[in-house]
Design a protein around this ligand. Sequence first.
Ligand code: RB5
Length: 149
Amino acid sequence: MKIAVGCDHGGYALKEAVIAELRKRGIEIVDKGCADTSSVDYPDYALAVAEEVASGACERGVLMCGTGIGISIAANKVKGIRCAVCHDMFTAAMSAEHNKANIIALGGRILTPEQAAEMVGIWLDTPFGGGRHQSRVDKISAIEEKYFK
Ligand code: RB5
């Protein structure tokens, strides 16, 4: 599996721990930045990771900003992206089981690096539930078809 990773300065503190967790699992990482805690704009990193996932170059993505909110809003503007902001183990698992989230967004000002790494692991390990959840994901895709050019 190949996963794209990106963050702004607010999420940078989580990045190394998340990358270490992915490496431990033998996952290939595409690091889209940023490279330190200098102030940057989260939509740039959201777009870079979302394009990797939407194009099929990477199967999933991990995004990190201060809260996970801004970077997820931006990523969800890309057709085909289901980016879920998760704040704990339960939401990380549900984003995979119910929402088939192909990107997880995490907050560097909310989570410790250890929590973030564990949540990424749970998100990867939790299978999509299918069935009624697939019908709902299909309805999300139908909204995209209606409103995305
Ligand atoms: C940057 O200060 C901060 O706004 C950003 O990391 C994120 O929290 C936005 O949602």
